[in-house]
Design a protein around this ligand. Structure first.
Ligand code: HPA
Length: 267
């Protein structure tokens, strides 16, 4: 399926190898409008790609240039909570690998477990806790499935991202992301527990994609847009509407950061 999708994408968008793939999180779709010479392919036209029913996720693959670099954006993703399939993003990620993408930048909206990271914070993910979801590689065959997740979030890419942020005057925190299955938000007790265990942010995506991307030999970097304090930490009621509204406030800085990061990959 991935080979067929890759051929189709090449036939529509040209054969140039993308220097960087980017997955856009909830409410962060605006980056797509910054892509130059954009060719947009709806996920419906790509077999094995998820048609997401989650608002804030548009469901298209966009090829073009960002910061002068050849990029592929996935605007929209599948979440584990949609169908109970941790490997829902397998074909999209395998397709990116088949197209020759060797680096991927993942993004998400997330809750913060730390007082010093209020809503509006951007956080580079340095490691993760796969807290409640199964592993997307379950059922895969062969020795390749035993992926080393030490430095799953590439330290060099994180330094590069941090340097771009500093240059642009954007504050970029760094921390551990804990993956909860969703679709409920967490309980305050769960948040207290994972904070003790080292989680700085919580969310419902990204971890399966990181594992799949590492399986397909891509270097991974990831950024969380903190849209709220996690459950029990503030009086603000948690809702998807609130996530999208807060993501909207962060998106300009996010676009600036990722565009600057992409520019580092310009040929
Ligand atoms: N929990 C899980 N996912 C999220 C949150 C949260 O608090 N905020 C945005 N996505």
């Amino acid at each position: 399926m991935a080979q067929i999708a890759a051929e189709y994408i090449r036939s529509k968008a040209g054969k140039e190898t993308p220097a960087l793939a980017i997955v856009l999180g909830s409410g962060l779709g605006d980056l797509a409008s910054q892509v130059q010479e954009a060719v947009s392919i709806p996920f419906e036209n790509l077999e094995g790609f998820p048609v997401s029913g989650v608002s804030g996720h548009s469901g298209a693959l966009i090829c073009g240039y960002l910061g002068g670099a050849r990029v592929i954006l996935l605007s929209g993703r599948a979440h584990y909570y949609e169908h109970g399939d941790a490997a829902a993003m397998k074909t999209p990620l395998q397709t990116l690998a088949a197209l020759g993408c060797s680096t991927i930048a993942l993004s998400n909206a997330a809750g913060s477990t730390r007082e010093h990271m209020p809503p509006g914070t951007l956080m580079a993910i340095e490691d993760h806790l796969s807290w409640s979801g199964p592993n997307p590689l379950i059922g895969m065959q062969g020795d390749k499935r035993f992926v080393d997740l030490t430095d799953a979030y590439d330290p060099e890419l994180r330094v590069l991202m941090q340097n771009v942020a500093t240059r642009k005057g954007i504050t970029l925190e760094s921390g551990v992301y804990a993956w909860f299955s969703g679709p409920t938000f967490e309980t305050p007790a769960e948040i207290r527990a994972v904070r003790q265990l080292g989680a700085d942010a919580v969310g419902m995506s990204t971890v399966p994609e990181t594992i799949l991307a590492r399986y397909f030999d891509m270097r991974v970097t990831a950024v969380s847009a903190i849209t709220n304090y996690a459950a029990g930490m503030s009086d603000v009621a948690l809702s998807h509407a609130q996530t999208k509204a807060q993501a909207d406030r962060i998106k300009d800085r996010f676009v600036d950061l990722i565009t600057g990061f992409a520019a580092e990959f310009a040929g």
